[in-house]
Ligand binder design. Structure first.
Ligand SMILES: [Zn+2]
Length: 401
């Protein structure tokens, strides 16, 4: 840890003197100390070199008095906008993940909610999976393209992306336009991204012919090729019709309506693809508005809304070590080709002995390890640390110290 901070200079956040910092000097304990501040990048780096914290985070907010307590006395001047994207929120499951029951000690592969042996809730620990990593990155890229560069008109140099050091990515938007937004405005912005607050009623126009051979009228509405939310809403509805997702539709409509909708799914989907929404007696405009409203989130992005909304939040300082995984919360210059499980490894590879409860076959630092099951193994320190942080291994007594 210390050698990492001695060998490089960590870039501080913009306006470092207005930020609050929090850190921990104990492994696996997130924040022990808060309300710290550094007057310069130099001072921050001196602290990192001398104390080598296991975690260090800084405030997304800019404060007049960052050291002051309680929070109100800090005097908030503005806040960066941060979006957090992670594997859990997105439900990107992998067969490589493991579940562990801390109650009875049972463990296995994949995702579970409860222990099959004792019925207690279990925890799920994620492991490197290249396919999932690619999917996560492509979601981050399209969120940036579609919403920030597209809908919100933020410029590329105001956006930075970091690997969180654990399960996902943070997108920081540093635009003066967003600094003053209060909590309520940030809630609206987060809901805009997730699609939870979209009101589709304003997307529809007049009724008219649906074309030849269609025995009912259609209402003009959004179509999949439209920009922004109109297109996202139309694409979501067309997709659900094409996929005939009965279970999902039953959450919105009664059984009779779902049956009619599904037996006409192809026709309706092709009409909506042209921006013509069928106005039958069973499906008046109000019903389509409800369907569109409920399906809109399918066109949005699942983000950790708390992170975006909380203007007092502390967030991992980029390029510092994440004490749960031992990986660096790296600034990512180019998402394409980035693999955190190769590039963010910085702890030494000197071998130590650990007892592993369970681990799949996984790649870390360009090498493959596992699978392990209830065994004592010699592993590079960076792998041992990762497994201990995941709560699936412990230091072996023989190697302690
Ligand atoms: Zn159990």
């Amino acid at each position: 840890m210390r050698s990492y901070y001695r060998s490089r200079r960590i870039e501080g956040p913009p306006e470092i003197e207005k930020r609050e910092f929090g850190y921990s000097l104990t492994p696996f304990r997130k924040i022990e100390t808060r309300h710290r501040a550094f007057s310069s990048e130099e001072e921050l780096n001196r602290f990192l070199r001398e104390s080598a914290p296991f975690y260090i985070s800084y405030s997304v907010g800019y404060f007049k008095f960052p050291r002051a307590t309680p929070m109100e006395n800090k005097v908030l001047l503005g806040s960066d906008l941060v979006f957090e994207f992670d594997v859990d929120e997105l439900g990107l499951k992998s067969e490589r993940d493991v579940w562990v029951c801390d109650h009875c000690g049972e463990a296995g592969y994949g995702w579970r909610e409860r222990c099959p042996k004792c019925g207690s809730p279990v925890r799920v620990e994620i492991f490197p999976d290249e396919k999932r990593e690619e999917r996560l990155k492509s979601m981050v890229s399209s969120l940036i393209e579609e919403f920030f560069l597209g809908d919100l008109g933020v410029s590329e140099d105001e956006i930075s992306v970091n690997f969180s050091g654990n399960r996902g990515y943070h997108i920081h938007v540093r635009s003066k336009d967003f600094y003053p937004l209060d909590k309520k405005a940030r809630i609206e912005l987060a809901e805009y991204v997730t699609g939870q607050s979209i009101d589709p009623s304003y997307l529809f126009g007049e009724a008219g012919s649906c074309g030849r051979n269609v025995p009912f009228l259609c209402v003009k509405g959004p179509k999949p090729s439209d920009a922004g939310w109109p297109g996202r809403v139309a694409r979501a509805v067309v997709r659900v019709l094409r996929e005939k997702d009965r279970g999902l539709l039953l959450q919105i409509l009664d059984e009779k309506k779902v049956d009619v909708l599904l037996s006409n799914a192809q026709l309706y989907a092709s009409l909506i693809s042209r921006g013509l929404w069928p106005g039958t007696s069973l499906f008046p405009l109000s019903t389509w508005v409800e369907i569109a409203r409920r399906l809109a989130p399918l066109g949005g992005y699942t983000i950790d809304t708390n992170t975006t909304v909380d203007i007092h939040r502390l967030i991992r300082l980029p390029d510092t070590i994440h004490g749960t995984t031992g990986l660096v919360a790296m600034r990512v210059k180019k998402l394409d080709g980035f693999n955190p499980y190769r590039e963010a490894v910085v702890l030494p590879s000197k071998e130590i002995s650990v007892k592993v409860k369970i681990a799949p076959e996984f790649e870390l630092g360009k090498k493959s390890f596992g699978p392990f099951r209830d065994e004592e193994v010699q592993l590079p320190l960076y792998v041992a640390y990762f497994l201990i942080g995941r709560g699936v291994a412990e230091w072996s007594l023989t190697s302690r110290g």
